[in-house]
Design a protein around this ligand. Structure first.
Ligand SMILES: C[S@@+](CC[C@H](N)C(=O)[O-])C[C@H]1O[C@@H](n2cnc3c(N)ncnc32)[C@H](O)[C@@H]1O
Length: 215
């Protein structure tokens, strides 16, 4: 998802209380940025922000940070956030591959919602559940870190199950039809778009098993 021609995107971001322009300055001290000192959950590829905003509203005692690679997309989320009065959510314009410059083992849960599937074989290393990204997540996550993922894409889901399993993750929940499952779910923009077209939404929740050797 890439929106072009958002005028004054940088100005809009910089004037928002939710946007952190210099995130690496807070490496190791993110809890100090929030009113409560509770755990921090991260959404990578937050898009226009419906999920992270919904989560922050529903769970005021948990802190949330949204990461988005494209400024032009992030600005849409910030415009929505600016209509709210929340003290437990912040957003950052960054690429997932650089997250270890920004966080130091302070993230409790990573959400990967409708990540780009990169279907071509030559692009599989770009998937956000590829082992190189899992290694970055190790560097930013606490010992009992969790990954929660949703997608409509079967291929991405299958490759993620394999990568996570081979890397030493253990699955707490797997649902092949999330909308039919009886679990709490804040829907994302892509989820609504593709779910309403009839695609089934796949879901997994996994945690790192430290007794298993990572490859
Ligand atoms: C398909 S969209 C899904 C957006 C939203 N999570 C949803 O479910 O509606 C994927 C989003 O991830 C962002 N993204 C892709 N690769 C990324 C990366 N390496 N780091 C940060 N964001 C990324 C894209 O810019 C895009 O906004």
């Amino acid at each position: 998802m890439r929106l072009r021609n958002v005028k004054n995107a940088k100005n809009i971001l910089n004037s928002s209380k939710y946007y952190v322009d210099n995130p690496s300055d807070f490496k190791g001290f993110w809890k100090d940025k929030f009113a409560n000192k509770s755990k921090i959950m991260l959404e990578i590829g937050m898009g226009k922000g419906d999920f992270i905003i919904g989560m922050a509203e529903k769970y005021p005692d948990i802190n949330f940070i949204g990461i988005e690679k494209y400024e032009s997309v992030l600005v849409r989320g910030v415009q929505k956030l600016d209509t709210k009065n929340l003290d437990n959510v912040l957003v950052i314009n960054a690429d997932a591959k650089n997250l270890s410059d920004i966080f130091d083992r302070e993230i409790d849960t990573i959400f990967l919602n409708f990540s780009d599937p990169w279907p071509k074989k030559r692009h599989y290393k770009r998937r956000l559940t590829y082992r190189d990204f899992l290694s970055v997540y190790d560097e930013i996550s606490s010992d009992d870190a969790k990954i929660v993922m949703k997608t409509d894409n079967d291929m991405l889901f299958e490759s993620s199950l394999i990568e996570l399993n081979n890397y030493g993750y253990v699955f707490d929940e797997i649902h092949l039809d999330l909308w039919s499952a009886d679990i709490e779910n804040i829907k994302t923009e892509y989820e609504i778009k593709f779910g309403n077209k009839g695609y089934t939404i796949k879901y997994l929740k996994a945690h790192k098993n430290h007794s298993r050797q990572k490859r």
